[in-house]
Design a protein around this ligand. Structure first.
Ligand code: ZN
Length: 178
């Protein structure tokens, strides 16, 4: 259970994995272990969806947030220090961007509903759980992981932190797909 202020349409991990896989396929990266996230967000996404916008903004404008997605406006805004770290390959900041892309992909057509009071609800209704799940499934596709898991440095191959990879592996084991 998580305490939610917003509720999303229910999405399972399997369904979100399919959405992430569709995005990889759409941009031609089904077989590329390290998803070129910045290139996709900055260059390919605006070509595919001309109404989408990507903005790098001053920390003062972000009220303590690293980044935010405004799915209704197809817009991603990212704090400039987070952006610079993502450019230099920081796994954590890359995950933040993948999370925001998840909000765009998963929540653009299905408006989130604001709850009048925070409620304890199942994680699969939580837009933040959904966006994190999307980020993990996008950055480390299950089928590619199965092929490459014996490689020396899976984290480096996929461009994720050890923590993110461990979360992913545990989720797949819990789901019974690994
Ligand atoms: Zn979020």
């Amino acid at each position: 259970m998580s305490t939610l202020s917003y509720i999303a349409a229910p999405l399972s991990r399997a369904r979100i994995r399919q959405n992430a896989s569709d995005i990889r396929e759409l941009f031609g990266f089904s077989k590329t272990p390290r998803f070129p996230l910045l290139h996709v967000i900055e260059n390919l996404l605006p070509q595919a969806f001309p109404e989408s916008t990507f903005e790098v903004v001053d920390p003062a404008e972000m009220k303590g947030m690293y980044a935010e997605a405004l799915p209704a406006a197809a817009s991603i805004r990212i704090r400039n220090d987070v952006y610079m770290r993502a450019v230099s390959g920081s796994p954590r900041d890359n995950f933040t961007l993948a999370h925001e892309l998840g909000h765009l992909v998963l929540h653009m057509d299905h408006r989130l509903q604001r709850l009048s009071a925070p409620l304890k609800l199942k994680p699969y209704l939580d837009p933040e759980w959904q966006a994190n799940t999307f980020a993990g499934e996008l950055l480390v596709p299950l089928e590619l992981y199965k092929k490459l898991k014996h490689s020396k440095d899976a984290c480096d191959i996929f461009g994720v932190s050890k923590k993110a990879l461990d979360v992913q592996i545990k989720a797949w084991k819990d789901e019974g797909v690994l």
